[in-house]
Design a protein around this ligand. Structure first.
Ligand code: X2X
Length: 333
């Protein structure tokens, strides 16, 4: 079945058939969602991909974009995706680990020397391995991961400069065991809160601290409710673009190709956006009122080593995945 060819033939043979009942004129209306602000490059580039799909299919395929947790918190969106109520979802590999434990491996603390190493791993064997695990759960995952970024810690209380500054700190983490585990290892008091509730949780002081990449801190205006930022780069997080398999398999193969190609392309565009923003955001966030400090990353990593954090996660991820990771990063534990 080919929707595109079918449309062309229909157009040639019987133009009147082109009056399609849908108000937008699309034959296929699909939904895409994420938890990012609409102004973040992830949402902007996803909308661009949807527009290109619309154009390339001559208006027959419309992908409606729902940014900013409009369809619910992380776990709600994941269940909508699994049930088929939602066709596409950009999802953090760390949060996905509640379903696919090995997906979180790219987020292990203080593992990466930088983006070159990270993208070669995710575009290479590590990404392939993780996508294989994701597909086993019945989801479809596109090849190119999107960037969220290297994460930094922010707080309302005091600058976080040494690992000791984390002791007893009420810090929000996204819902994922790896996140809770890393902040417990530092003696902090982590609480899992969906991104949709983060701003309010900080504003009402349910928590005093959080951690996110520059681009999110900017786009979600977290500087309005936080005073200090420490450039910890403690872990990387990104997004896989997931699809519901049943809904995906129901699409004509040529439509699948157009969607996959355009979203993979937008992922690469979005990586460049984040790289560009990273260069200027530190100055912007300072102007927004955040007091920014540097940290000695090694002192944090040493704590993780001493508390057995790496040992524990190596066991959880399994030797195969860990070896693939270390082939890119060099020995971590
Ligand atoms: O929830 C977060 O902090 C965010 C937006 O970075 C993720 O989706 C992991």
């Amino acid at each position: 079945r080919s929707l595109l060819k079918l449309t062309v033939q229909t157009a040639v043979c019987a133009p009147s058939v082109l009056r399609i009942p849908n108000v937008h004129g699309a034959e296929l209306v699909l939904k895409y969602a994420n938890n990012f602000p609409a102004t973040h490059p992830l949402s902007i580039r996803a909308s661009e991909a949807a527009e290109r799909v619309h154009l390339e299919t001559s208006g027959k395929v419309e992908i409606r974009v729902f940014p900013s947790s409009q369809l619910g918190g992380d776990m709600d969106m994941l269940s909508q995706l699994r049930s088929g109520a939602l066709e596409f979802l950009s999802f953090s590999p760390l949060v996905l680990s509640t379903l696919v434990p090995e997906a979180a491996i790219s987020g292990i603390g203080f593992a990466w020397s930088g983006y070159d190493q990270l993208w070669s791993a995710l575009d290479g064997r590590l990404g392939e391995h993780v996508r294989g695990q994701i597909e086993k759960t019945g989801l479809v995952v596109f090849e190119k991961a999107w960037d969220n970024g290297f994460r930094h810690m922010t707080s309302n209380i005091a600058p976080i400069v040494t690992p000791n500054d984390l002791r007893g700190l009420k810090i929000r983490v996204p819902p994922s065991p790896l996140w809770t585990s890393i902040f417990r290892a530092f003696g902090a008091s982590p609480t899992s809160i969906s991104f949709a509730e983060l701003y309010t949780a900080l504003q009402t002081r349910i928590v005093d601290a959080e951690e996110n990449p520059f681009a999110i801190i900017k786009a979600a205006k977290l500087y309005e409710v936080q005073r200090y930022l420490s450039k910890t780069n403690h872990m990387w997080d990104g997004y896989w673009l997931l699809a519901n398999r049943r809904r995906w398999n129901a699409l004509p193969v040529d439509v699948q190709e157009v969607i996959r190609r355009n979203f993979n392309q937008s992922a690469l565009d979005q990586r460049k956006d984040i790289a560009g923003q990273n260069a200027s955001l530190e100055a912007e966030l300072t102007a927004d009122g955040l007091k920014i400090s540097d940290v000695e990353a090694m002192t944090f990593r040493n704590v993780l080593q001493k508390t057995g954090f790496y040992k524990e996660w190596r066991q959880k991820f399994g030797e195969e995945a860990w070896q693939i990771l270390e082939n890119y990063t060099g020995p971590i534990s």
